[in-house]
Ligand binder design. Structure first.
Ligand SMILES: C[S@@+](CC[C@H](N)C(=O)[O-])C[C@H]1O[C@@H](n2cnc3c(N)ncnc32)[C@H](O)[C@@H]1O
Length: 241
């Protein structure tokens, strides 16, 4: 099997590719005031397209291009929505945005031709026994102010519990390639601390966090229903039990 290593073309809170590249394509702006004005105009335009019921192909392309721009020009590459479902992350204050690398975008596009992307609640997915299943849910935090919400819909403690139940059910049904990542917190240890599962602690260097002070080393757990030795995400891995 051939493996292709393509850097991510989006900056992503919690993204698994921890070494974010700097690209040499710049969007010039006369001043940061202009850049700010430009950003908020594009954000409004994006939200109109985002909330539209149906879009012609040209507008869908425009929406995708705006998303890439906003992702690079917004604060910390965060993706968050207000209750109306509008993208509401503020401007990052920089005059120039590193937008994209054409080769990376073309390679990602070529690879994605072979991929079927479905957007659905995790409870409604058809899981197949022979497939590798990786769950990367909104991370659990005990603090109410923590960053767990990406969209207008919250991911609550009940959702974490439902997900853990699903993970266990899939295991019992015979799926032998299950993986899930979440925070290194008591609830997650409680939900997945079963002899059938391996919990591995990963020191993840987060480039993005909703609080400036929260930057730096934080720990995550990788839960598998098989023994995993290799750390794929660049931190140091050590079994927690
Ligand atoms: C930690 S992020 C995953 C990011 C992605 N794996 C990556 O590395 O770029 C969690 C994702 O779960 C999605 N999500 C929230 N609630 C969900 C639900 N009920 N079912 C499925 N996905 C959900 C969020 O929209 C968000 O994209």
């Amino acid at each position: 099997m051939m493996s292709v290593n393509v850097p991510t073309f989006l900056k992503w809170a919690g993204g698994k590719q921890q070494l974010l590249e700097r690209y040499e394509t710049f969007l010039g702006h006369a001043s940061s005031e202009n850049a700010q004005h430009y950003y908020y105009e594009r954000r409004t335009e994006f939200n109109h397209l985002k909330l539209a019921q149906r879009l012609p192909k040209k507008k869908m392309l425009r929406k995708a291009a705006l998303f890439i721009y906003l992702n690079k020009a917004c604060f910390n590459g965060l993706y968050r929505e207000n209750l109306l479902g509008e993208f509401n992350v503020p401007f990052n204050g920089e005059k120039e945005a590193n937008l994209f690398n054409e080769d990376v975008l073309r390679t990602a596009s070529r690879l994605l031709q072979k991929v079927e992307l479905k957007c659905s609640d995790f409870r409604k997915v058809d899981y197949h026994k022979g497939e590798v299943t990786y769950f990367d849910p909104p991370y659990w935090t005990e603090r109410t102010t923590g960053f767990t919400r990406y969209t207008a819909v919250d991911f609550l403690k009940e959702d974490q519990i439902d997900l853990a139940k699903l993970f266990y059910r899939l295991h019992l049904r015979g799926n032998r390639s299950l993986m899930l990542s979440n925070t290194d917190t008591p609830l997650i240890h409680h939900l997945y601390g079963k002899p059938q599962f391996t919990l591995s602690k990963i020191a993840a260097r987060r480039a993005i966090n909703s609080e400036g002070t929260g930057r730096g080393k934080i720990y995550e757990v990788l839960i598998t229903n098989f023994r995993s030795a290799k750390n794929e995400v660049g931190g140091t891995i050590c079994p927690t039990k």
